[in-house]
Design a binder for this molecule. Structure first.
Ligand SMILES: Cc1ncc(COP(=O)(O)O)c(C=O)c1O
Length: 378
């Protein structure tokens, strides 16, 4: 069986976890949280960041920080995970779903402006498959219309856009360290607060609406309730796990990249024959080998390909069921037929296994089986 995903855990994770377990702080914001910040800051140039309990939580924090209110509208792709949109719905906003670009499957920045109304408050762009959205254009549009921009960089730790790291490309960057991501805490996430003026409030929102962090820093001698918020800070145990993963950043990235590059190299000729589409990385972006998608010619071909790969013991999964055509999207007034690229790609994309425990031989086996199936698809 070639598994779709498997976390890469070594003695380093075990060592730090055990140390954290016997440390002074089992709740949030202990020494491993600080060590993780230092490592992340050094590696990616993040200046202000807060670990959270999930990518979902970081998006919910971003939504509160953006002062989203009932009746506001937020422009979002439909080709994303539910959390990208739930974060705004929870504050009473209405999502304005935007179609995606056929090359990166990211929000099509050329379609954003026509969606903007006087009620629009923010744009949330997703760096799908660890490839950054066209953030310069998105930021320019947002500036012209006075909108906030949130970068859902859940999948994109380590990726770059025009030489800048994903997560630093707008006011707020949201990451996930869920088990399915490249670098993990089991469940976990992080918000990078690029707009300095939002940081004090971010700390308060993350600590149940209190200024407890100011007490810990010695800035105040007692803490109290200042704002809305929730329990968005993760246990230091999980920060210890993340710290080990960040120290192993290059090793994990190299192993994933070997698999990604093997897929690309081995399947190139099938793309040239028109049997599949392969991932496209714009020249001004680097990716982090988060995902490897194949684009099949039809939904039927995609489904048959997935079934036959699984019969061969290779886990291949579909990407997203577009949010606008899912039951919740329909209850918001959306329906199939509104976003042609999203709908077509949602039905034709399939993800190959990709994780740091796969070897080059595993990747070659996946390609060999994929080739046999693609050349005989009904
Ligand atoms: C684009 C995107 N946004 C948000 C999330 C939510 O992250 P988490 O699972 O850590 O809550 C995910 C995770 O799957 C994601 O892929």
């Amino acid at each position: 069986m070639i598994k779709f995903n498997k976390a890469s855990i070594t003695q380093l994770e075990e060592k730090y976890l055990l140390d954290a377990l016997h440390g002074n702080v089992l709740s949030g914001d202990g020494k491993y949280t600080d060590m993780a910040y230092e490592a992340l800051g050094k590696r990616f140039g993040f200046e202000r960041m807060l670990l959270t309990t999930s990518g979902t939580a970081s998006l919910e924090m971003a939504s509160i920080l953006s002062r989203i209110e009932p009746g506001d509208e937020v422009i979002v792709p439909s080709f994303t995970f539910s959390s990208t949109v739930n974060a705004f719905l929870l504050r009473g906003a209405h999502p304005l779903f935007c179609d995606i670009r056929p090359d990166t499957c990211n929000i099509d920045e050329m379609l954003i402006e026509e969606l903007i109304t006087p009620k629009t408050k923010a744009i949330c762009a997703v760096d799908y498959a660890g490839v950054a959205a066209e953030m310069d254009t998105i930021n320019r549009i947002a500036k012209e219309h006075g909108l906030m921009v949130i970068e859902d960089a859940a999948q994109a730790l380590g990726s770059t856009y025009k030489g800048r790291f994903a997560g630093t490309l707008s006011e707020l960057g949201c990451f996930s360290f869920h088990e399915t991501k490249n670098y993990i805490m089991g469940e976990g996430g992080m918000i990078v607060v690029n707009d300095e003026s939002l940081m004090d409030r971010a700390e308060i929102i993350r600590e149940k609406g209190t200024n407890r962090r100011q007490l810990i820093r010695g800035v105040v001698d007692k803490y109290s309730w200042h704002d809305i918020g929730s329990s968005f800070l993760p246990s230091d145990l999980l920060a210890a796990l993340l710290y080990a993963q960040i120290l192993r950043f290059d090793e994990i990235m190299d192993k994933r990249m070997l698999v990604w590059n093997t897929y690309m190299e081995e399947l190139k000729d099938l793309e040239q024959q028109g049997l599949i589409g392969l991932p496209q990385i714009p020249e001004h972006c680097t990716h982090n080998a988060h995902m490897f998608n194949l684009l099949l010619p039809t939904p039927e071909a995609r489904n048959e390909f997935g079934d036959r790969m699984r019969e061969k013991g290779i886990q291949a999964h579909i990407c997203y069921v577009p949010l606008h055509s899912a039951p919740m999207g329909q209850s918001l007034g959306y329906h199939e037929g509104m976003l042609p690229v999203t709908e077509s790609y949602g039905k034709r994309l399939i993800r190959l296994p990709l994780h740091a425990e796969l070897t080059k031989e595993d990747a070659l086996t996946v390609c060999e089986e994929a080739r046999k199936i693609l050349c005989t698809l009904g």
